[in-house]
Ligand binder design. Structure first.
Ligand code: DX5
Ligand code: ZN
Length: 217
């Protein structure tokens, strides 16, 4: 099956977020990816739950919220209330991952877990039955426009295997450095969702870019 495409508004012009959302919709993309950064878990600061609420008010597309923040437990409620469809926390950001994932589900939102390139899949094996999404970071989180770290694709393959073995149903997404040069390799890993920041927003023809990332050209 063709993967879903989730453009990241991190690479949009922040003075025109409504325009970025319209572009994502008119290009036929599947989800909107929102990168929340706190200046602590990662160096940059981006935006908080108000951005999610404001986008919810103008779009029906599923919102895939990626929290790159420390102490995520403090912010679960506000992001759920803002209208996130998927809420993903980093395994490295909290000791009490299991509880956080359950809290997200209790709020009626789909829980996701993410791992940075240096974190092995083994680290999250015990909670894979609690998530609807596993977001594999294919660059070190914090910035758009970086080069993919190819070894991270083996983690996607491993997650595909575990899903099969344990009859689980999470989706697997890949985030960072996916573009028309790397997409063939990325798709071979069996990934379900492709996050694309710079590839989407720098494209001359965004609909064509989405089609390329899906594998239809
Ligand atoms: C990086 C973010 C990504 C980023 C991807 O920390 O999580 O979502 O926007 O950007 P590209 O596609 O430009 O690598
Ligand atoms: Zn992201």
């Amino acid at each position: 099956m063709a993967p879903l495409v989730a453009p990241s508004i991190l690479s949009a012009n922040f003075t025109d977020i409504a325009g970025a959302v319209r572009l994502i919709e008119s290009a036929g993309a599947d989800w909107i990816h929102l990168d929340v950064m706190d200046g602590s878990f990662v160096p940059p600061i981006t935006f908080g739950s108000q951005m999610v609420a404001d986008i919810r008010a103008i779009s029906k597309l599923p919102m895939d919220v990626h929290l790159m923040i420390d102490n995520p437990e403090r912010h679960i409620e506000s992001f759920c209330a803002a209208g996130a469809d998927y809420l993903t926390v980093h395994a490295e950001a909290s000791v009490h991952l299991h509880r956080i994932l359950q809290t997200i589900r209790d709020h009626g939102v789909k829980p996701g877990v993410s791992i940075v390139p240096s974190t092995p899949v083994d680290h999250i094996v015990e909670i894979l039955n609690e998530v609807d999404l596993v977001l594999v970071m294919s660059v070190n989180p914090g910035y758009g426009g970086q080069k993919i770290i190819p070894s991270t694709l083996a983690k996607v393959e491993r997650l595909v295997g575990i899903r099969e073995e344990k009859s689980l149903s999470y989706r697997i997404s890949i985030d960072g450095g996916v573009n028309r040069t790397t997409i063939d390799e990325v798709r071979k890993s069996g990934v379900d969702v492709i996050v694309a920041g710079s590839a989407f927003f720098n494209a001359e023809d965004s609909a064509a870019e989405v089609a390329i990332l899906r594998g239809r050209r």
